[in-house]
Design a protein around this ligand. Sequence first.
Ligand code: KE4
Length: 435
Amino acid sequence: MTTKYAGSVELFEAAQNVIPGGVNSPVRAFRGVGGSPIFFRSGAGSRVTDVDGNEFIDYVLSWGPLLLGHAHPAVVAAISEQAARGTSFGAPTELETELAELVIALVPSVEQVRFVNSGTEATMSALRLARAATGRELIVKFSGCYHGHADMLLVAAGSGVATLGLPDSPGVPAATAANTLTVEYNDLAGLKQVFAARGEQIAAVIVEPIAANMGFVLPEPGFLQGIRDLTSEYGALFILDEVMTGFRVAPGGAQALWGLDPDITCLGKVIGGGLPVGAYAGKRTVMQHVAPAGPMYQAGTLSGNPLAMAAGLATLRTAFDGGAESLFTQAQSRAAQLADGLRALSEECNIPLQVGQVGTMFGFYFLKQAGTRVTSYAEAKQYVDPARYAKFFWSLCDQGVYLAPSQFEAGFVSAAHSSEDIDITLRAIREALGA
Ligand code: KE4
């Protein structure tokens, strides 16, 4: 490691003494790319600056929330003004109603919203709600999809398609894991088998509309609608986890883009504008089970926190005002420019990359050999070269471009990224691919 990052190295050593692994979320520890994690001090627009004064064009953007980029004036003003009026009341404020109304206006399937403090809380609560609404206990998820760290979601696939899940982390009780069935992403036939075997016991299927926690895997044609059809046929609920894709792949999320009609939608990230927020939302008939309207209990001291609501409102209003010429559309164009450039460089440098981009999100894999295509987690593990990505990641860092510190993560573009930023990034990528 050069002295370029000496300050980060020193801070990481100190952090490891007092924080497990030196970080408050594992992916930040750079285990996926090696080396010592970079500590940041500030961000502005599309750029972040680390503790050593190195500046980077940022494509992590806090893992998605910063649709407008870092420290957008409208978001900073909204937070500052609210803070001066108080940071939290533990009582309702009109801001929560305003943000709920905006989410309902934007996300087609949603009629009511409950705010929580993270994506994990959103999916955990959504699954409890599905069990409460159906009186059933089994849930189905897909390999490689990540929905936060609730026990029932840290589950690996059992030996057979319809066999019960196994804990995927110490501390997850076998009895909890046993209620989660796991199917390969894009394996609609496998899902049909599960429903044929246990359909009457299944409360819900939860899925990421784009599998962006194993890199960037798009749904095969018919896969997502197939989930909708099967859950409807067997009386189970369809939970769409749009914590990452919400307001990123389209103003109304993947469900608006692809005409999906989930019973429950999980949201997070962008709706907090960089502050802690999650939400689970859906049809009124389903949401009416949630306390105090109904008996399903879920609560939170800081749920609907005024600062987070103010930041979310400022982010969504600023991003989507202006219709076709909105800042969202601008960010989407930049993401397409980047993806097109990546594909061209893959050809030019004769390095097989699988590149995906939808809206303001993108991702790419270094493939071990040309001609393979990743459509599932099993294929991601088989066809992808994480070591090649790690070398590429550090070459880009050294050139002032910050990507996700893992081959199995997605990338994000903000309204603050300029066409010049993308050109600079593509020049750095060409250099890194040639390295
Ligand atoms: P949080 O609990 O981290 O707010 O959200 C969990 C979650 C739920 N659903 C989806 C689709 C998600 O992508 C996430 C969290 N995303 C990761 C990024 N891969 C967060 C980064 C991290 O864990 O530090």
